[in-house]
Design a protein around this ligand. Structure first.
Ligand SMILES: NC(=O)c1ccc[n+]([C@@H]2O[C@H](COP(=O)([O-])OP(=O)(O)OC[C@H]3O[C@@H](n4cnc5c(N)ncnc54)[C@H](O)[C@@H]3O)[C@@H](O)[C@H]2O)c1
Ligand SMILES: [Zn+2]
Ligand SMILES: [Zn+2]
Length: 382
């Protein structure tokens, strides 16, 4: 089969790989019909994630058709159209029982922190991902859901991560009616978080980024008020100015460890590897939220940091909430919102790229060329 393969930082290509096989009776093999590249894949692509091995296939956002099922699978059969959450989880361990599917204890030998994620390095379990023609889906009775007939394929693939994560980011903000919600980052996660914030009762939604075309999308798609941080000496001071000098009630970090806007942090993180990435967006969040407010962190971060304003967070009495999104937990409510037309996730798709050209997709998305917001990947495109 054809699959995207990692060759080293900034180097990927499409190769022939052996077909995945059933390794456990509860596995399924899924023929991928549509996949996507996530901002999280860019951290892998840039060589930021520990233990990303040459030869692995990325891709944790995908939908497809069941090709084969293991002997104990009961809920799926060959030919079923399925959407697969990015988390691999058992459904029955201590953590899964508490809805913490992204922290499942049974799927990752290193599972002291994260559980397992398709195509996300051996740190996240070492499973191959769905930017390929076929993928092995463990715990096939637990993770995947049938795609409802009324659901558009592009909406389904965005529900496997980006929409669920943006919504989760807003949820962890504990938004009260009328709250001022500031979202840092206008990528797919930030756009969906901003849109979701309105559904949860926000009174004002502000989005900050430095890419004008994404801020335009935040205005059109998420009806947000937007600011370009490159136009201000200190964006935190400006955020204070526009919020009665108090700060936002809730700040959602939808940027993560590769934030721009802090040269020194960038050098210590990316060049010298002194930290697990740049904490600049997280620090802007801590500084821009009001005392007693909530910071919700959806951006991905490496394990160790030295320059986070933690004392300020303590002294401001902040609530800090964060996790990898437990995707399937979000689905019942999100299916309703998509069905009712409150959310049309496919509105943010900008590129539809055949698997054979996925290297171009990574390059365009990584360098933010061609007004790219969300690239989808089409295996077997003719
Ligand atoms: N927690 C989860 O479950 C989960 C799931 C998916 C993605 N993520 C993470 O969420 C983050 C965003 O993902 P995405 O797909 O939207 O990525 P993306 O790269 O498309 O978007 C990130 C955006 O942040 C902007 N940005 C950079 N520095 C900034 C700063 N200092 N302040 C404000 N904006 C800044 C960039 O210009 C870009 O538009 C990534 O770190 C990704 O790994 C987490
Ligand atoms: Zn993702
Ligand atoms: Zn579990």
């Amino acid at each position: 089969m054809r699959a995207m393969v990692y060759r080293g930082p900034y180097r990927i290509r499409v190769e022939d790989k052996p077909m995945p096989v059933i390794e456990h009776p509860n596995d399924a093999i899924v023929r991928v019909t549509l996949a996507a590249i996530c901002g999280s894949d860019l951290h892998l692509f840039h060589g930021m994630i520990p233990d990303t091995r040459v030869g692995t296939t990325f891709g944790h956002e995908f939908i497809g058709v069941v090709e084969e099922v293991g002997s104990s699978v009961q809920n799926l059969q060959r030919g079923d159209r399925v959407m697969v959450p990015f988390n691999i989880f058992c459904g029955s361990c201590f953590f899964c029982a508490r809805g913490l599917q992204s922290n499942c204890h049974n799927v990752n030998a290193n599972a002291t922190a994260v559980g397992a994620i398709y195509g996300y390095s051996h740190t996240a379990g070492g499973y191959d991902g769905g930017q390929s023609e076929f993928v092995r889906v463990p715990f096939a009775d637990v993770g995947p859901s049938l795609i409802p007939d009324w659901m558009h394929d592009e909406d389904a693939v965005l529900l496997t991560d980006a929409l669920a994560t943006g919504y989760f980011g807003a949820q962890l903000g504990d938004i009260a009616e009328g709250d001022v919600v500031l979202v840092l980052g206008a990528g797919p996660i930030g756009l969906f978080a901003a849109k979701s914030a309105w559904l949860m009762g926000a009174g004002r939604v502000i989005v900050v980024d430095h890419l004008e075309y994404r801020l335009a999308k935040a205005r059109d798609f998420a009806h947000a008020e937007t600011y370009n941080f490159a136009e201000y000496d200190d964006i935190v001071v400006h955020m204070k100015k526009i919020t009665d000098h108090l700060g936002a009630d809730v700040v959602i970090d939808a940027v993560g460890a590769e934030a721009d806007g802090g040269f020194l942090q960038h050098v210590t993180a990316s060049k010298l590897k002194m930290q697990g990435g740049s904490p600049i967006a997280l620090n802007w969040a801590i500084d821009s939220v009001r005392k007693g407010g909530t910071v919700s962190v959806m951006g991905a971060y490496g394990p160790v940091y030295s320059a986070i304003k933690f004392g300020d967070a303590v002294n401001k009495g902040l609530t800090l909430r964060m996790n990898q999104c437990p995707v399937k937990r979000q689905w019942p409510r999100l299916f309703e919102h998509v069905k009712n037309g409150y959310l049309t996730p496919r509105d943010i798709v900008t590129h539809r790229i055949p698997l054979e050209h996925i290297a171009d997709g990574y390059h365009i998305f990584s360098a933010k060329l061609d007004d790219c917001i969300k690239p989808l990947i089409i295996p077997n495109a003719s």
